[in-house]
Design a protein. Structure first.
Length: 218
């Protein structure tokens, strides 16, 4: 069994790749770092086409993403490139599961966005969300497509509300809205999705840290 994970050499993708490896999948990681199986930039269409030509995964984790960079680069990486890989692997795979790593930011609109730098990130993730929905509705192949939409996760992508080391007690107390999830929290969600009975599908999940009612943003 093969699993392909974009952005699989660090952060959320690295945690997912490690989990799949422990589940005895042959894991192909895609990234721009030396520890990736396939090194390259998914914004390069030739690189994307090579990935699709070389691999036919049973599980495709469409995870690569960036934030707080040049507008068109963010829109291309998170949106156009991710959607291109989504539809091409959907066409190539015979069955299996595709999980698109989205964002709770897709629920935001212009009235809620405070930072213009966020607009490209939100637009790109909305594009991926909509592409997931279209494939779910088309349902032309026995491939499950899930959009896993995340709140803030403790990775190298900067959390605007919390940029210091996070103690375990802060996770336990759950009183700060700014505490990002752990990458292991995402892994647990993916484990649940992949191990549901075969007659079920999960189209969309929104995952975020639970905050007690007295929680305050800091």
């Amino acid at each position: 069994m093969f699993a392909l994970v974009t952005g699989g050499s660090k952060g959320i993708g690295k945690s997912i790749s490690d989990y799949l490896h422990k589940k005895n999948y042959t894991v192909i990681t895609v990234g721009q770092f030396n520890n990736a199986t396939e090194m390259g930039d998914i914004n390069d269409i030739n690189f994307r086409n090579t990935l699709v030509a070389n691999w036919k995964p049973d599980i495709f984790i469409n995870n690569a993403g960036i934030a707080k960079e040049e507008f068109n680069k963010v829109l291309s990486t998170n949106g156009l490139a991710a959607v291109d890989l989504l539809q091409k692997f959907y066409q190539k795979m015979d069955n299996g599961h595709i999980i698109n790593i989205g964002s709770l930011a897709t629920t935001q609109n212009g009235y809620q966005v405070k930072d213009m730098e966020d607009t490209s990130y939100i637009l790109s993730k909305k594009l991926l969300h909509n592409a997931s929905y279209f494939l779910q509705e088309m349902h032309t192949k026995p491939i499950r497509v899930t959009s896993l939409e995340l709140g803030a996760v403790n990775t190298s992508i900067k959390n605007r509300f919390h940029n210091k080391e996070i103690s375990e007690s802060e996770y336990t107390e759950q009183t700060l809205r700014s505490i990002p999830m752990k990458t292991d929290d995402v892994v647990n969600a993916i484990d649940w999705i992949l191990n549901l009975p075969k007659h079920l599908e999960v189209r969309n999940i929104q995952l975020n840290n639970f905050v007690k009612p007295d929680g305050k943003r800091k």
